[in-house]
Design a protein around this ligand. Structure first.
Ligand code: GLU
Length: 471
């Protein structure tokens, strides 16, 4: 099957979750069938389109690994082409110039509203040889068939029928000659050989209009699949109110692109009850039949769960590359790559995001600022003094400094003081990391290193001594 899909964002804002999912579905469909995925920037709204938004979209796609085979095309670079098509449609009588003034259209609309009719153009200039007499600068309208109906076979919605009487003669070129959305989309889809249009169902009402234009151009229809929207937990369309919606914000919050893709593919599509997909499985299984008919609900908890799965299983080199910037942002020196990897490995099961991982890894780098107050109060008590003091002495000369040997040492000290391992491990953990949560005590000691262990134990012992004195 010849497959060409496209992702045509309007660069008027960031790449949000909903558009990223649309891009992903188009990308997967193209990859699955060995087709082409086209990126097109629909920047005809010059006031709202910005280069910054273009950059953010390109960055977001690159971060997600959604590579395109063609483009990016920019609609603003294709105005001549749209003008030529418009001129041809006018010449063939499939479109016409409309000279109606803004005032006339306003009066018309108001009258329709009062009569509780759908506001629509009344065809005043459609077959009116005197229309030009007003001297108003004309727009170009498409001559929509007034009878009959358009039947759309939608991959998600099934058959959708729209009566042509519901539609009006839409503007395809404004009075300044600039083309409108429905024309540019159709011309581009035809020129770019698009075979499958997979897009949000907020565009479903444009589809019959676009099909009419396609037919006027004598082009074949692509396959349509209109995917349901994404809602927030409150059932309302996902928006800024629901928190992060920009893809790059998820990057900044410590999500892995693989995890976000996996989350997005399941947000509105399923393959049995499988939740985690390798890239090969995603491209191998994705199909339009699996797309759900009802709106999806965004669930941050589930995204966190998937992120944690990927943090656990991603090959180290990849995980390190994604994690390193977050460590740097947490003020950690990442120049020792082997050490960074050892710390990341110790934290794999302990963090839902890379930001959390970096935060929790601070004790393994540099100096310890202070003990967590609650943890110190709870665990650094006078009773912990003697075993910690003994241990501190033995750590001075401990060799080798390996998790195994450190484990044996802590056990030995616990036994000598007739304490359960936990009774010494917890105070020790607070002493060397400042908090009551860290990887296993042997790995923790190993990662903190001798010098810092001794220094921090001294501080903890001083704290305990002060408490003892005060008691
Ligand atoms: N530029 C449109 C948008 O961002 C895309 C429309 C389409 O997929 O045809 O919503």
């Amino acid at each position: 099957m010849n497959v060409v899909t496209r992702f045509p964002p309007s660069p008027t804002g960031y790449l949000h979750i909903g558009s990223a999912r649309t891009a992903l579905y188009n990308w997967l469909f193209a990859r699955r069938y060995g087709g082409h995925f086209v990126l097109r920037l629909e920047d005809t709204d010059r006031e709202r389109s910005t280069q910054q938004a273009v950059d953010v979209i390109l960055k977001g796609m690159a971060w997600l690994g959604l590579d395109y085979d063609e483009g990016p095309y920019y609609q603003t670079q294709r105005f001549d082409r749209y003008a030529a098509v418009t001129a041809k449609l006018v010449e063939e009588g499939k479109a016409y110039r409309c000279y109606c003034s803004r005032e006339r259209l306003k009066v018309l609309r108001e009258a329709q509203m009062v009569a509780k009719e759908k506001p629509r153009y009344d065809g005043h200039c459609r077959d009116n040889p005197d229309a030009a007499a007003s001297g108003n600068p004309p727009v170009v309208r498409f001559r929509t068939p007034q009878e009959g109906a358009i039947e759309i076979t939608d991959g998600v919605r099934g058959t959708v029928t729209i009566q042509n009487s519901e539609l009006d003669d839409l503007i395809i070129a404004r009075s300044d000659g600039s083309p409108t959305y429905n024309l540019t989309v159709v011309v581009d889809d035809v020129d770019m050989g698009v075979t499958h249009v997979i897009r949000g169902d907020d565009h479903l009402n444009n589809t019959p209009r676009q099909i009419h234009i396609l037919e006027a151009l004598g082009a074949a229809r692509p396959v349509y699949a209109h995917i349901p929207m994404i809602n927030g937990a409150d059932g309302k369309k996902l928006s800024k109110r629901h928190g992060a919606v920009s893809v790059l914000q998820y990057r900044d919050e410590g999500f892995l692109p693989q995890a976000l893709l996996n989350y997005l593919v399941r947000l509105g599509w399923s393959h049995g009850d499988q939740e985690i997909f390798t890239p090969a499985e995603m491209t191998g299984y994705f199909d339009i039949e699996g797309v759900h008919q009802s709106a999806a609900t965004f669930d941050r908890e589930k995204l966190l769960w998937i992120n944690q799965q990927y943090i656990q299983t991603l090959p180290m080199a990849e995980l390190r590359d994604h994690a390193a910037p977050h460590f740097v942002a947490a003020g950690i020196d990442t120049s020792d790559s082997a050490r960074l990897e050892t710390v990341i490995d110790a934290q794999r099961t302990r963090a839902n995001t890379l930001v959390e991982m970096a935060e929790k890894s601070r004790p393994f780098f540099g100096e310890l600022d202070a003990f967590d107050e609650g943890a110190a109060k709870k665990h650094l008590r006078p009773i912990a003094g003697p075993p910690l003091r003994d241990l501190r002495k033995r750590l001075e000369t401990q060799d080798p400094w390996t998790p195994e040997a450190l484990h044996a040492l802590v056990e030995e000290i616990a036994a000598a003081h007739e304490l359960k391992l936990g009774k010494i491990a917890q105070p020790l953990r607070v002493a060397v990391t400042g908090s009551a949560a860290s990887p296993s005590i042997d790995v923790t000691l190993h990662l903190v290193g001798r010098e810092q262990c001794l220094k921090r134990l001294d501080k903890a012992l001083a704290y305990i001594d002060a408490r003892t004195a005060a008691a």
